[in-house]
Design a protein around this ligand. Sequence first.
Ligand SMILES: [Zn+2]
Length: 63
Amino acid sequence: MATGIDGFHQKHVSFSMVEVGDLPAHCPPKEAQKWNMHPKVFLQFDGKGRASCPYCGTKYELA
Ligand SMILES: [Zn+2]
């Protein structure tokens, strides 16, 4: 997977992909737009490789 966290900018995609090599992942991603910023929080992935941000609700999935 070479898409990285590009899905963050796609409003209709329910999960933003995170590559294992990018761990530990945090939200907002470094590419986040200013209006969407909140205190940086590290994501904790569950057994299915999914995590959601407690601040903005963005869902992430391990690639
Ligand atoms: Zn967030």
